[in-house]
Design a protein around this ligand. Sequence first.
Ligand code: FES
Length: 135
Amino acid sequence: MTHPPARRTVLLATGAAALLTACGDSGGGSSGEATAGGSPGRELAKTSDVPVGGGVILGDEQIVVTQPREGDFRAFSAICTHQRCPVANVEAGTINCTCHGSRFRITDGSVTSPPATRALPERKITVEGNSIRLA
Ligand code: FES
């Protein structure tokens, strides 16, 4: 006498497939990289919000703004190029993703520690007085 697969087994298999789809791949895909950002001209932060030698992560905008040297502001996507986790913090001169440990330079977004192999895409900004805005 045989029994069909239990309902619980089928649901688990479906859930695993959904998780795999959501995680994406670590290859060279470019899907969605250009979707992070916001409206041009929109204020991202005040210059005083961004520590010299560090940065701030703007979760709603999915942008990280850094200030490698006083008065030198940069902005990058806050979505890790490895498997698209949002980066977690900016410390010791790097933008850090805690999902798998990738680190990116605050100066140009380039990778300092894998598994990511591609730099964080740069976002264009302008600084007007004490206001940092999307270009
Ligand atoms: S998603 Fe894997 S290190 Fe960022």
